[in-house]
Design a protein around this ligand. Structure first.
Ligand SMILES: [Ca+2]
Ligand SMILES: [Ca+2]
Ligand SMILES: [Ca+2]
Length: 304
């Protein structure tokens, strides 16, 4: 066998071994589509879906680089999303083959790389939902494929957790009370909090436009350490001596971060005052009587 022939055979063997892997590892032009459902099995409209994939690279790198679509896709009215694999970029620097933000499609091998989705349900119309995802560790080729589309990468959203509850009460906690006389002590009870935790409870001026992540004012009265029992309840716990007339809210800061968090923290009440402090009827009568006497006295002095 002459040298020319040997070189030719060697080149042919190299091509046979490396060409198929190069072709297989390329998901350029492919797309993933699926349906997102709510926990009651109805379609989730406007859920925010992020497609993720590992990229082992063509050279058989020893670790899985993580890639994702930086611009999440929103589901249609029938719960369907679609993401082009070309939109996937590296989440971080993967030495030797991908730098952070670089396109991943050419480095994804459908038979060994994992694909998964994460879904943010907080944008679902008309009612926010919990989050959802598919499991990590499923390869692209485990999903049905039609031409350049991998289909049915579906997910189900979890139900939105019920926010914990807090109520203004009398001293025994047996009765929910929303109206107190000036100087009357205000107590509270709560349920649905983290078992055996400590929470911060603040009385704040009434606010009816609480938003998730809003700072909790510390302008009336706060109790920094209220113990939650093993069943998630607390109280009745003394909150405030009711010394100023007005409308107030009670905020239970479950994670004690100083911010109101819709799913973790409790509020009485997001719509209207959690409780009100009114002047005592007798005090009010005395104030009115006093003002009348003063008015009469002033008139008499003017006349004389
Ligand atoms: Ca909080
Ligand atoms: Ca309020
Ligand atoms: Ca109340």
């Amino acid at each position: 066998m002459d040298l020319k022939k040997e070189v030719f055979i060697l080149c042919f063997i190299v091509l046979i071994f490396f060409l198929p892997s190069t072709v297989l590892a390329d998901l350029t032009g492919y797309a993933a589509i699926g349906t997102i459902n709510q926990s009651d099995n109805t379609n989730a409209h406007n859920a925010s879906v992020t497609l993720h994939s590992t990229a082992l690279g063509e050279g058989g790198e020893s670790f899985r680089c993580n890639c994702s679509d930086p611009g999440a896709q929103f589901t249609s009215g029938s719960g369907i999303y679609a993401t082009s694999v070309d939109d996937l970029v590296a989440d971080y620097d993967c030495p030797s083959f991908l730098s952070q933000g670089a396109a991943c499609a050419a480095y994804i091998n459908a038979s060994v790389d994992y694909v998964w989705i994460t879904v943010d349900g907080s944008t679902v119309i008309p009612t926010p939902q919990g989050n959802g995802s598919t499991s990590y560790g499923t390869t692209w080729d485990s999903y049905p494929r039609s031409g350049l589309i991998y289909q049915q990468i579906d997910a189900v959203l979890s139900p939105l957790p019920t926010p914990p509850r807090v109520n203004s009460t009398n001293q025994t906690g047996a009765q929910e009370v929303d109206v107190f006389n000036l100087g009357e002590k205000v107590y509270a009870t709560g349920s649905g909090f983290v078992n055996n935790s400590n929470v911060t409870i603040c009385v704040v001026n009434n606010n009816d436009s609480w938003t998730d992540g809003m700072e909790i004012p510390q302008n009336v009265s706060c109790n920094d350490s209220v113990a939650v029992r093993g069943d998630g309840t607390f109280g009745p716990v003394f909150l405030w001596n009711g010394s100023i007339v007005g409308g107030y809210d009670i905020v239970v800061d479950q994670d004690r971060d100083g911010y109101y968090n819709y799913t973790r923290d409790g509020i009485d009440s997001a719509t209207g005052g959690g409780f009100y402090i009114y002047p005592e009827p007798l005090t009010a009568v005395m104030v009115i009587a006093g003002l009348s006497i003063l008015y009469g006295f002033t008139r008499v002095r003017r006349k004389s």
